[in-house]
Design a protein around this ligand. Structure first.
Ligand code: GRF
Length: 221
């Protein structure tokens, strides 16, 4: 049997993206993936409950106990090593990841962000897209580097901004696409099809793609 990729997820909140990955594993879409641990900086993160429901180890790592900046990432790294994690997924993880983790998981740590990067990095980005008057926004899965939402882009999905949208409406429309592209990016990683060359992520073609890989799953319909 082929060895499965061991995935660790960092989440601070409701964990709907975590759920999308769990569902993709359960459905057989992510055959080569095992989610081995979910770590959270929030004791009451619903993501931890979702993990427990699916028999996944759920660990609250208390940031209150850390003395120095950087100690928290060292603690996370200990956990990730303990669970022999191959790939880290940030899924609504609200802390900035420091150099200790970034270097330990170079090109092996992904994040999902609810805008079409490089537009609108940071927080409250759906509101920023509306306020700016953007016609389109979307979501991005990228590898994590030393900056905030600046790493090499793996997959993006485009989502229209509709007249009358508020932050919540646009966020909900984008979230639907997040739940498609995150599992897709994990699948490509697990199949060994992602190669980072500078800022670009090359996606190796597969026979089942019929020779043309659909970069944007939202255009498949
Ligand atoms: C998502 O919109 C994600 O893109 C952003 O934070 C939100 C997390 O949602 N990084 P959830 O916890 O996965 O439901």
């Amino acid at each position: 049997m082929v060895k499965k990729i061991r995935v660790g997820v960092l989440a601070s909140g409701r964990g709907s993206n975590l759920q999308a990955i769990i569902d993709a594993v359960d459905s057989g879409m992510l055959k080569g993936v095992e989610i081995v641990v979910v770590l959270s900086d929030k004791a009451d993160a619903y993501a931890l409950e979702r993990a427990k429901k699916h028999g996944i180890q759920a660990v609250f790592v208390d940031p209150g106990k850390m003395r120095r900046r950087g100690d928290y990432d060292i603690e996370l790294l200990k956990n990730l090593r303990q669970y022999k994690v191959d790939l880290v997924l940030l899924a609504g993880y609200m802390r900035i990841v420091g150099p200790v983790l970034v270097e330990a998981f170079e090109n092996k740590m992904m994040n999902i962000h609810p805008s079409l990067l490089p537009s609108f990095p940071g927080l409250h980005v759906q509101k920023k897209a509306i306020d700016y008057g953007a016609r389109f926004s979307g979501c991005t899965v990228h590898f994590v580097n030393g900056g905030v939402d600046t790493g090499p882009i793996i997959i993006q999905a485009v989502v229209p901004v509709m007249p009358g949208d508020d932050e919540d409406k646009l966020a909900a429309r984008i979230l639907k696409q997040e739940h498609k592209i995150y599992p897709e990016a994990v699948r490509l990683f697990a199949e060994g099809r992602l190669k980072v060359i500078g800022r670009e992520v090359e996606i190796k073609k597969h026979e089942s793609d019929g020779g043309s890989f659909m970069i944007n799953p939202s255009l498949k319909a």
